[in-house]
Design a protein around this ligand. Structure first.
Ligand code: NAD
Length: 590
């Protein structure tokens, strides 16, 4: 399938530098003379210009080279006020390949023109040699180069369309399969059920045409994966991200299956998303994209089949558009088709802080289990968005001392404790917690290793790995984000006696209150915030106690125990829907 891949800002800057280089820009020539190869000259110049390690500049080049090699079509976006997309012609794409090869550590095309000393002439010769005829004066090639240089130098954004499959490393779907294997073995999971749970029940790929503000048409690729619905309608967010992949959506849909099952909800798991960069799109473009996605998906979603919710870069406004579009299609107000809606459109009270409140209830239970006095406990929180901020605020309200918080720009530390609400006010005013009250600065990795009782990673995945797990000092780690601790690090923390509350339990408060929203929509009767909080507490505390009991009985870490609880619920539902164990079927057909 044709996939769209954007060059990152770093890759675009490198490409501009490469074209500059060949155009004999005087400020770059000096560097080239002192280097032995174009590749070295480029990465050295780039690392100096952008204050980056040379090894990282090499990685930027490698990624860029790969995208250029795999590109079927390329488009560049002109700067404002035009902000229009222009095509790069097939000849210009070939020229780009020659340029990328010229800077490659092991050029395959460029030696053909090694005898020409002028860099531009050398590129033109190579182009003629590889893609053109060996005759002529290279005027056409020179024109291609000029056109390409003009478009590249002006470009604010660069998009390649490729037939290569999109992959992320480490592949999150692999982590899902690995944990399924571990928990499945412990549970002695039916072999047929195991086979079915390795794959999603249904994957929908959609291509959505959108008229952009400049009048151009762009086609965006969207996905919806319904992983398993044995326990009820599938449920899970919709993510808008420029680097979204199918494997990522599939892994997230499996996670949702386990998350709703651990929480004891009558729901399955799903996830969706669109490969797009919402930061570069106007509100009107986002609305048209969301409505297009909803129309294409309408027959597959609904209050009794699959219920989307917000995720990365989507919010209550996105949900309001989906609800409205879907309602127009079915002919009546269908509030229950999505959750995470604005309260005035059937959203639930308490949804905004639900993930963090649920996390707080699990921390209270973990503290009782580990004998940690929360009135004296110290807390460090990585990530200060919706989950991190409310977690810090709620733990502070419980009497804990929040000693460090951070966001993508860095962190702050105060041994005496800091005020989470005031730190948030500072972030709202300045864009970051950094600089608040001149507290000591800590990096995001230093924050993880602080001497504290409770660590809440609430930013992104793969933060605690086997490289730093040995240096974590917290007594309790509560995963606010999805996947911040890797499976290898899990086991290391477990061996050190650190109590880990895994994501599918610790941050399940969000989906629990989403389920409450669905229930309220179907009853058309709405609960008070206190009622929502009480129901959330009893649901998540029950889940915590079940998981802890499994961890103790089977002597496994809390993540494996949570998977075991989830798998047991899902597989029991699957088995009871059929006449005989699947294992028999699997053996017969196997
Ligand atoms: P958010 O966008 O509101 O906040 C993310 C925060 O992380 C921001 O403060 C950002 O500055 C910070 N951040 C980004 N990169 C960072 C880095 N490298 N180091 C440190 N901080 C960094 O997002 P959110 O809704 O709070 O979600 C955070 C995590 O929790 C995500 O993994 C999300 O999938 C997960 N989660 C969220 C919910 C929910 O209800 N919001 C539910 C379950 C799981």
């Amino acid at each position: 399938m044709l996939n769209s891949v954007h060059l990152s800002n770093q890759e675009l800057e490198m490409l501009k530098l490469m074209v500059d280089f060949l155009a004999e820009k005087p400020e770059l020539c000096g560097k080239l003379e002192s280097c032995t190869t174009p590749h070295y000259a480029l990465t050295k110049t780039y690392s100096e210009n952008f204050d980056m390690q040379e090894a990282d500049a090499w990685k930027v080049f490698e990624e860029l080279e790969k995208k250029i090699k795999e590109a079927e079509y390329i488009h560049v976006e002109a700067p404002s006020p035009i902000r229009k997309w222009f095509h790069i012609s097939p000849e210009e794409i070939n020229m780009l390949r020659v340029i990328a090869d010229y800077f490659s550590p092991q050029p395959k095309m460029s030696p053909a023109s090694g005898f020409v000393s002028n860099r531009l002439e050398s590129t033109i010769e190579t182009y003629k040699w590889v893609f053109g005829t060996s005759e002529g004066n290279g005027e056409a090639a020179r024109e291609n180069f000029q056109n390409l240089m003009e478009k590249t130098q002006k470009a604010v954004s660069f998009r390649c369309e490729t037939l290569a499959p999109l992959v992320t490393t480490p592949n999150p779907y692999k982590a899902v399969l690995d944990l399924l294997q571990i928990a499945g073995e412990k549970l002695n999971l039916d072999a047929g059920i195991h086979e079915m749970l390795k794959r999603p029940m249904r994957t929908i790929i959609l291509n959505i045409p959108v008229i952009m503000d400049d009048g151009n048409l762009r086609v965006f690729t969207g996905y919806r994966v319904q992983y398993n619905d044995a326990l009820g309608p599938t449920k899970g967010g919709i993510r808008y991200h420029p680097e979204l992949t199918m494997d990522e959506v599939t892994a997230l849909s499996a996670w949702m299956t386990w998350k709703t099952a651990v929480a004891g909800l009558p729901l399955g798991g799903g996830k969706g998303g669109i490969r797009c960069n919402p930061k570069d799109m106007s509100l009107g473009e986002l609305e048209r994209l969301t409505r297009g996605y909803t129309r294409a998906l309408a027959r597959y979603i609904g209050p009794y089949t699959d219920v989307p919710a917000p995720d990365v870069y989507t919010d209550s406004q996105t949900m309001a558009w989906i609800m409205d579009e879907y309602s127009q299609i079915v002919g009546y107000n269908s509030f229950g088709v999505v959750t995470g809606k604005p309260v005035c459109l059937g959203g639930s009270l308490g949804r905004n802080e639900a993930t963090s409140r649920g996390l707080m209830y699990t921390v209270i239970e973990a503290a009782k289990h580990k004998g940690v006095d929360l009135k004296k406990a110290t807390v460090a929180v990585q990530g200060y968005g919706n989950v991190g901020y409310h977690a810090a605020r709620l733990l502070d309200e419980l009497g804990c001392k929040v000693i460090a918080v951070s966001d993508s720009k860095g962190g702050i530390y105060s041994k005496e404790g800091l005020d989470p609400k005031k730190a948030m006010q500072h972030k709202n005013q300045t864009g970051s917690v950094v600089g608040y009250k001149n507290y000591k600065a800590v990096s995001n990795s230093e924050l993880l290793e602080l001497d504290c009782d409770i660590l809440v990673p609430a930013a992104m995945e793969n933060q605690v790995t086997k490289a730093n797990a040995g240096r974590i000092k917290a007594k309790i780690v509560a995963e606010g984000a999805n996947g911040p601790v890797t499976p290898e690090a899990d086991e290391m923390l477990y061996q050190k006696g650190i109590f880990m509350i895994p994501d599918i339990l610790a941050n399940s408060g969000g989906v629990i209150v989403s389920y409450f929203e669905q229930v309220q929509n179907q009853m058309n009767y709405y609960w008070s915030e206190e009622e929502v909080r009480n129901k959330l507490q009893s649901t998540i505390v029950t889940a915590f106690k079940d998981v802890l009991a499994i961890a103790e009985e089977y002597k496994v870490n809390m993540r494996v125990a949570a998977y075991m609880k989830a798998l047991k619920r899902v597989s029991d539902a699957m088995l009871v829907r059929t006449q005989k164990p699947f294992m028999t079927v699997a053996r017969q057909t196997g």
